[in-house]
Ligand binder design. Sequence first.
Ligand code: 13P
Length: 250
Amino acid sequence: MKKLIAGNWKMNGALAANEALLRSLITGLSGVAPAADMAVCVPAPYLAQVQSLLSGTPVAWGAQDVSAHEQGAYTGEVSGAMLKDFACRYAIVGHSERRQFHGETDALVAAKAQRALGLGITPIVCVGETLAEREAGDTEQVVKRQLAAVIHAVAHCTSEIVLAYEPVWAIGTGKTATPEQAQHVHAVLRKQLSAATQHPERVHILYGGSMNATNAASLLAQPDIDGGLIGGASLKADDFLRIVAASPAV
Ligand code: 13P
């Protein structure tokens, strides 16, 4: 399967900086057959800009969240239908920063994944353990619980999600999971997917957490690491392109 390298810009960006970044990406990709599929998940106010700059390029785009509600009196929320208006292919759901700082529960994350799928948007479902959970030996139990909620909600559509394993202790810290640590959890998740879908091998399982141009190749060489969800390094065109180029050929 071709790897998927997705940038998560988080709450970063500005009109001028976005344009410079995306133009550098496009220039860097011209004349090369990209080694991986690519996407950027950007703050909602920039979706129109990103759509206009990336239409017709090999880089897809998406949002970083989607409301579990369809429409109505939910101040501040952005609906899936609104994301569709800007041709989003992806929406991240259940990022640990939303679970931690915005109180998102497994059930809410599952509802968001279901809402996205219903609109033809691929949810990038994030799971991952905190440092305390890892140290207590609870990593597998935590990620399985987080994924189980989504499988329960989306049922036969499970093969249409993208899953991202993002150990919380590795996010923005410069501490990457070793390829072996990540592969181990990815294999656990793949096994769980196989009980829910006949084609678990079709689900991209991305690794996220301080992935960068230097460590990407060894992570992406693992059999169950199907790509990356890139935070900090996705804000620099050169780094992002080097991660894409580090993807093994299929
Ligand atoms: P960093 O790559 O900055 O560690 O962030 C990872 C992440 O949270 C992507 O969603």
